[in-house]
Structures are given as structure tokens and as C-alpha cells.
Design a protein around this ligand. Structure first.
Ligand SMILES: *[C@@H]1O[C@H](CO)[C@@H](O)[C@H](O)[C@H]1NC(C)=O
Ligand SMILES: *[C@@H]1O[C@H](CO)[C@@H](O)[C@H](O)[C@H]1NC(C)=O
Ligand SMILES: *[C@@H]1O[C@H](CO)[C@@H](O)[C@H](O)[C@H]1NC(C)=O
Ligand SMILES: *[C@@H]1O[C@H](CO)[C@@H](O)[C@H](O)[C@H]1NC(C)=O
Ligand SMILES: *[C@@H]1O[C@H](CO)[C@@H](O)[C@H](O)[C@H]1NC(C)=O
Length: 461
């Protein structure tokens, strides 16, 4: 699988990989057959996505509607579109409450099936699949509050919050602002639907990291005032969360798996986040930086992103896009902000768990992005994700603007721009990723950089 190639060597990324020698029950999304559009409230449209689950493990998976041993299903819609002059970004546009499963048919979408009973029993047999139509996944009385479910263990209490509650056409469903789907306002955008299953047995056998899949969506017809019809196209990309759609559209995107520990001291693996970045150059020679994070099977969660050594004064057009909670969810929608940044370290973050347990943090199934421009050329740096519950910093190697104290023209890092740097520049001539040698901050090292270096001659500022 593609994601294995980019994962750290120790990452077990094959579906059904062993856990203490046992596979156990392992539920994945085998296919995303269709979408349904409900009505609008203002210009917000309600949608649901059909999901067919498969048990690719070697034990029966329980699906008991009366206990908390049944899957909950999250659905979302995302967009990949232009960013800066020459780059791309991914944003999640809307996410549903969680559909609570009640029984499982025993189908063969993922291959041969050993049925765990006749009809629709409260369990899914080995190898078997179970279809949930878009109607069922949009059925309001069976949609529960996302914040009730522990992202890592799959635990929740019964009866779940929201059971038997119905509302208007968009209540608890995926909610998308029609302006974000309007082809006229979104040239070059592609759309992606995703579904994910969470169930506690799957989790207790360590199989929780492969339960999301995504598929491309076409905007077929409609208007901003009436809402748009959406259709799936292409095939379901199994066991990959939607952040991988960004890489599908733009092959310069880099995706990194980050394992989130339970606590600072224990270090137990409490799930995974995918972190992705992309850098492109704007037409005026500045750079556009894009970051996204997705796929938290982590209850610890993420509440911030930090680039040590980067002065916020070297950044322009800072943007943050989360995906709003709705229908009475207690989780705050207040955006992360950059107030904690200093001239030495950039940070965008939300409040701590200590100050507000319902503060805006990255729950499982969701995707957040951060974008900005900078005159500073890119280099590999150690950036950090800040965890919500344990408030610790997790290192992640990404491309980011060279720190403010990079001395342009000082190729050899001597602290002075001098004759040796001109010589070093000649050796770097024509190279694209040139750090401090890129004295004029544009394109490749060329004659203009030599001229710029002459103007910078002398001690670094
Ligand atoms: C929800 O509705 C169903 C069907 O009417 C009923 O059996 C169940 O007891 C209700 N649950 C709660 C918690 O009210
Ligand atoms: C989460 O991470 C795992 C482990 O790398 C991966 O296999 C899986 O596809 C990811 N997605 C989700 C949401 O499960
Ligand atoms: C950005 O894209 C435009 C065309 O869309 C191209 O002309 C330009 O050279 C690109 N700039 C950079 C710096 O890549
Ligand atoms: C997959 O399911 C488990 C529960 O079985 C859940 O804890 C986990 O968050 C899910 N995985 C991801 C990547 O969200
Ligand atoms: C923090 O930043 C936000 C904008 O991102 C601003 O609205 C808010 O007032 C700031 N808060 C403080 C305490 O400075």
C-alpha cells in the first residue's frame, strides 16, 4: 500500500497486521456506494454517505444495538483546491454525527464470507460485508454525538447522546455550505467523501488504524440556493483516510504518520495522526506553505502546530480551516489562533484541555489545515504538534520557511557574507533548494544571487 512506503519502518501499516500474534476482528470501510442530498437550511445542505463495512479480521465482530459493542460510522466531505499561486490545499467541508449500527447483513463485497447468522444478526462474520445505505446513515434518530466516543478505545456509553432525536433537514448530517461546492466559485477543485467505522473490539486488537476509506465526488447539478447534487466517481480507496486524496491530486505533497502517545511519561501509542505538507512558489517569488492533519485514532488529540525558530513577522496570510461541529455538539468551534507565537517561535493552537475539556481539538475522522505565505525559502525543519490532553510536543520533520535568523548570502554559515560565499554560490549555481545561498529569495541560485550577495556583504544582521 502507498502509505506503507512513506511510513516509518516500525509502522505496522498492513490491514489485519498481527497484534500479539492475533488478528482478531477488524472492521474497515470496503466501499462507499453513494451519497444522498437532503434539504437546505439557508445555503447549508445536509448529506449522508452510504458505507459498506467489511470484517477483514479472523474473528467475528459484534454489532449489538443494545450495548456499546457495535460500530459507529462517521461521514465527511472534503475539497482539494488551489492555494497560493501554484499550490494546492485540502480542507474538510463538513462532517456528520455518528451513525450507530444495529445489525449486520453478511455480504461478499470484500470476498468470501463465513456468515455469523441468518438474516441480519447482531454480528459481522469473518470476511463478510454489511451495507448501510445513505438513508440509514442519514437517519437522525440513530445519529449520536461524536464527542461521546473515545477515539482510541472505541468506548462510549449507552444510550448514546442524541438517540431518537430528529430535527431539520441538516440536523446531525454532513453539513456543507453550497458556496463551497459551486463550480463557478471553485475552479480547479476536486471533492472527496470519506467514511470511517469505530468499534471497540477492533480497537482492542490493535486494528483501529485502517478503518477509514475515501472516494472522489462530482458536483453534478444544483445551485447555491437549492444545494448541489453529488455523485461518487472512480472507485473507493480502501483503508486510506481522506488526506491521501491530496497526494492523489498533487504528487508533490508529502504525508507523514505521527503516533500520538497516551501521556508524556507513559508513551503508550494512543493512535495515529497523518500530517501532510506542500510548498509551492508564488509568482512574486514568495512561497506558499500548506499543512494538513487527519486520521486521529487518538483520544489524546492535537491542539496546535508549532514551527520553532520561525518569526511570525516572516509570515503573511495565515489561514486555519477546521471543520465545524454542529447540531448541539458541546465541542467548541473557536478557531485556533496565533496568540502564543513569539518572535522566536510560531505557534497556532487552541486552548488546553486543562482550561477547557471541550476546546477545539482534532477528533478522529476530522481534518484541519494551516496555510500561509512567506518570503523565506523552504528548508527541512523539526516542527511540532501539540497534544491536547497531555500538552506535549511531538516532533515532525517538514518543509517550513527558513528561520528569521537565516543570514541570506551566508552560504557557509560563517556569520559574514564574504568572498567565500560567492565561491560557494558558484558551486551551488543552478541548484533549486539552496538555503542561505538563495540571496535574492527567488528561484534557483543564479547571477542575481551573486549581485544580491554583494549588497549583503559584511556581518550578518
Ligand atoms: C428510542 O426509540 C426506540 C424505538 O421507539 C425505543 O425502543 C428506545 O427505548 C428509545 N430509546 C431511548 C433512550 O429513548
Ligand atoms: C490511520 O493510520 C493507519 C496506520 O498508518 C492507516 O493504516 C490507516 O489507513 C489510517 N486511517 C484511518 C482513518 O484509519
Ligand atoms: C506559477 O504558475 C504559473 C502558471 O500558472 C507559472 O507561469 C509560474 O512560472 C509559476 N511560478 C512558479 C514560481 O512556479
Ligand atoms: C478505528 O476504530 C477504533 C475503535 O475500534 C477507534 O478507536 C479508532 O479511532 C478508529 N481509527 C481511526 C484511525 O480513527
Ligand atoms: C487571539 O487572537 C484572536 C485572533 O486569532 C483574537 O480574536 C483574540 O482576541 C486574541 N486573544 C487574545 C487574548 O489576545
Amino acid at each position: 500500500m502507498r502509505k506503507c512506503a512513506i511510513a516509518a519502518a516500525s509502522v505496522a501499516c498492513i490491514a489485519g497486521s498481527s497484534f500479539a500474534g492475533v488478528i482478531g476482528p477488524d472492521v474497515i470501510v470496503g466501499s462507499l456506494p453513494n451519497l444522498q442530498r437532503f434539504g437546505n437550511v439557508g445555503q447549508i445542505t445536509g448529506y449522508s454517505i452510504a458505507t459498506t463495512s467489511c470484517n477483514i479480521g479472523d474473528q467475528i465482530l459484534n454489532w449489538n444495538p443494545n450495548t456499546n459493542i457495535h460500530p459507529v460510522i462517521s461521514q465527511s466531505i472534503s475539497r482539494v483546491g488551489p492555494a497560493g499561486d501554484n499550490g494546492t490545499k485540502i480542507e474538510m467541508l463538513g462532517i456528520s454525527w455518528l451513525k450507530h449500527g444495529f445489525c449486520a447483513l453478511q455480504g461478499t463485497v470484500c470476498g468470501s464470507c463465513q456468515p455469523a447468522g441468518g438474516g441480519c444478526p447482531p454480528r459481522l462474520g469473518i470476511g463478510c460485508s454489511d451495507p448501510y445505505s445513505s438513508g440509514l446513515n442519514g437517519q437522525q434518530s440513530n445519529l449520536g454525538l461524536p464527542a461521546d466516543v473515545n477515539a482510541h478505545t472505541g468506548f462510549y456509553s449507552m444510550p448514546f447522546t442524541g438517540v431518537n432525536q430528529s430535527g431539520n433537514q441538516i440536523f446531525k448530517r454532513i453539513q456543507v455550505d453550497a458556496n463551497l461546492l459551486d463550480p463557478g466559485q471553485n475552479p480547479g477543485a476536486t471533492y472527496w467523501g470519506a467514511g470511517q467505522y469505530v468499534q471497540s473490539e477492533d480497537s482492542s486488537f490493535g486494528n483501529q488504524d485502517n478503518n477509514a476509506s475515501h472516494r472522489q465526488i462530482l458536483v453534478s447539478s444544483g445551485s447555491v440556493n437549492s444545494g448541489y447534487n453529488l455523485l461518487f466517481t472512480g472507485s473507493t480507496v480502501r483503508e486510506e483516510p481522506v488526506i491521501f486524496a491530496w497526494e492523489t491530486v498533487d504528487n508533490s505533497v508529502t504525508i507523514i504518520p505521527v503516533d500520538v502517545p497516551e501521556t508524556a511519561t507513559a508513551g503508550d501509542n494512543n493512535g495515529r495522526v497523518y500530517f501532510a505538507y506542500d510548498v509551492s512558489q508564488n509568482n512574486d517569488g514568495t512561497w506558499h506553505y500548506e499543512y494538513a492533519m487527519n486520521n486521529v485514532s487518538s483520544d489524546n488529540r492535537i491542539r496546535g502546530f508549532r514551527i520553532p525558530g520561525l518569526d511570525i513577522a516572516d509570515m503573511m496570510n495565515i489561514e486555519f480551516t477546521d471543520v465545524d461541529y454542529h447540531s448541539g455538539s458541546p465541542i467548541s468551534n473557536t478557531d485556533w489562533n496565533t496568540n502564543a507565537s513569539t518572535s522566536d517561535d510560531f505557534e497556532i493552537r487552541g486552548p488546553s484541555f486543562g482550561s477547557n475539556p471541550n476546546a477545539n481539538s482534532l477528533w478522529w475522522g476530522r481534518l484541519y489545515r494551516i496555510g500561509f505565505d512567506s518570503p523565506n525559502a523552504p528548508e527541512m525543519v523539526t516542527a511540532q504538534l501539540r497534544t491536547f490532553k497531555s500538552n506535549e510536543l511531538l516532533d515532525v520533520s517538514v518543509m517550513a520557511p527558513q528561520s528569521a535568523n537565516v543570514c541570506l548570502g551566508d552560504c557557509d554559515g560563517s556569520g559574514t557574507v564574504d568572498f567565500n560565499d560567492l565561491v560557494a554560490m558558484l558551486f551551488e549555481f543552478g541548484s533549486a533548494d539552496d538555503g542561505a545561498c538563495n540571496a535574492d529569495l527567488t528561484g534557483r541560485v543564479d547571477f542575481n544571487d551573486l549581485v544580491a550577495a554583494l549588497f549583503l556583504f559584511g556581518p550578518c544582521p
